[in-house]
Design a binder for this molecule. Structure first.
Ligand SMILES: [Zn+2]
Length: 464
């Protein structure tokens, strides 16, 4: 009963608002979205259809607006941002959740960042030119009918084609197709953020396009569609996890373009990868209804992740797989062997500025039940140096995982290891071979991420 009366009240309030707006005879024809005082989007309403939710995307935000009789009434933002609804923003009150179809979400990928003081040049190319929009003042748009623009910052100032610009937040749209940058081509827009300490170069791209691009670097286009579907879902999930993290941390981007997060080099021409993304559109792996930290590596080497110590499995129980993966046994990376002379290793230590004289031996001091090395001692005379397993792995570029043994034979050190990567999450070679044995992407994902569920991304709409 209470619900009905509140619905009636809401309906009255909606009518009042309509009346108020009509009375003032100033129909709203545009919408601006503000984040941290910066206007990120201005949208004209002329192309909006009536009586339907209309999806808008802004920089890292999703919005839904419902236009009734030419007036926008329902608005939603994911995550909830500061919204200025022209001067009527006080009227916009989120009341209840409403489910809708999946809409496009724009991902902000950090391509480069430079501290001030570094003289840095970024060159962007396009066949026709660019339009530059000041995100602090979208009325300020400039068109450059040149195939190349040079963004240059020096001593805290930003220059476009050698002209100093005052804008701190610039959006750069290509006049045709893609933007070229560093020998790659990118869909979507570029954003330049010039703050007090750094200048950031960001590519803003639709979520599904981003996943399709990432797969080219993180997967194998020549592998079967089914396994690429599993990788598409893992990449999308990893991104969703990072988006939540970045939003909570108030970052101006969601994810980095290197293998620190996921390698992203822009567009490619693989239809198979695009198909893998389309056929799994919006799907992510979840635990407790949240996107998981969907780690994956090349080859797990048969290591049981649940036996690894020092890993935060409390927050990532789905990475603590108890069943060994045997599917990657035929992969070359499953086990590997390296040989070094003591002299070679001494030189590597010198180069890494970890000088040690008269290297005599290298020994593993601590290993966990899974076989992951935690402490290594390099014994010299009169000193010795100790490293964590990961530090030692980073020192020797040929060591492929954290799981290895070390043996001294005369003046040689033999390192034998298993797998390639961090040994957690999806084992890509294993997953590839599972497909040949009849596994589908759902069963592959539930094997490598035990206890998880597949869910579809969708926005939450708040009704006024
Ligand atoms: Zn494996």
């Amino acid at each position: 009963m209470q619900e009905i009366s509140s619905a009636v009240k809401k309906s009255h309030s909606l009518q009042k608002k309509t009346a108020l707006i009509k009375q003032q005879n100033k129909p709203i024809d545009s919408l601006r979205i503000y984040q941290n005082g910066i206007s990120f989007l201005e949208k004209q309403f002329a192309d909006m259809s009536y009586e339907k939710p209309y999806a808008l995307s802004s920089a890292g935000q999703q919005l839904l607006v419902w236009v009734v009789s030419g007036q926008p009434f329902i608005i939603a933002a994911l995550p909830q941002s500061l919204i200025s609804f022209n001067k009527y923003n006080k009227d916009v009150v989120p009341l209840r959740e409403y489910e809708s179809e999946f809409i496009e979400f724009k991902v902000r990928v950090l391509l480069d960042e430079k501290e001030h003081g570094n003289d840095q040049i970024w060159e962007l190319t396009n066949k026709k030119g660019f339009s530059l929009i000041d995100l602090s003042n979208p009325d300020d748009t400039k068109k450059y009918y040149q195939k190349k623009i040079v963004i240059h910052h020096n001593n805290g100032s930003l220059f476009i084609n050698d002209k100093k610009v005052q804008q701190k937040y610039l959006k750069i749209d290509p006049l045709e197709e893609y933007i070229g940058f560093n020998d790659n081509h990118y869909r979507g827009s570029f954003i330049v953020i010039h703050d007090n300490q750094k200048t950031l170069l960001i590519n803003q791209i639709e979520l599904e396009d981003y996943v399709a691009c990432v797969l080219n670097a993180e997967s194998w286009p020549g592998w079967p569609l089914e396994v690429n579907k599993a990788f598409a879902i893992a990449s999308r999930t990893y991104l969703a996890h990072k988006v939540l993290e970045a939003t909570a941390a108030g970052l101006s981007y969601h994810i980095k373009n290197t293998n620190i997060h996921q390698t992203y080099n822009g567009i490619h021409s693989s239809d198979l990868l695009k198909k893998a993304v389309e056929q799994t559109k919006g799907l992510i792996v979840t635990y407790n209804k949240k996107p998981i930290l969907a780690m994956f590596d090349s080859c797990c080497g048969g290591i049981i992740p649940a036996h690894m110590s020092g890993i935060d499995f409390k927050h990532t129980p789905y990475l603590a797989r108890k069943i060994p993966c045997t599917f990657c046994k035929s992969c070359k990376l499953y086990s590997w062997k390296l040989e070094y002379t003591l002299a070679q290793l001494e030189e590597i230590l010198q180069e890494a500025e970890k000088p040690l004289k008269n290297l005599q031996d290298i020994r593993i001091i601590k290993k966990d039940k899974a076989g992951v090395v935690h402490k290594v001692a390099c014994i010299g005379k009169p000193h010795e140096l100790t490293f964590t397993g990961q530090q030692f792995y980073s020192l020797l570029s040929k060591v492929k995982s954290y799981c290895y043994s070390i043996e001294k034979k005369g003046k040689k050190i033999i390192i034998q290891g298993r797998g390639y990567g961090h040994n957690r999450g999806i084992c890509q070679w294993g997953a590839r071979n599972m497909v040949d044995e009849g596994w589908n992407y759902r069963s592959i994902l539930s094997f490598y991420y035990p206890g998880t569920l597949l869910m579809k991304l969708r926005p939450v709409i708040y009704k006024v």
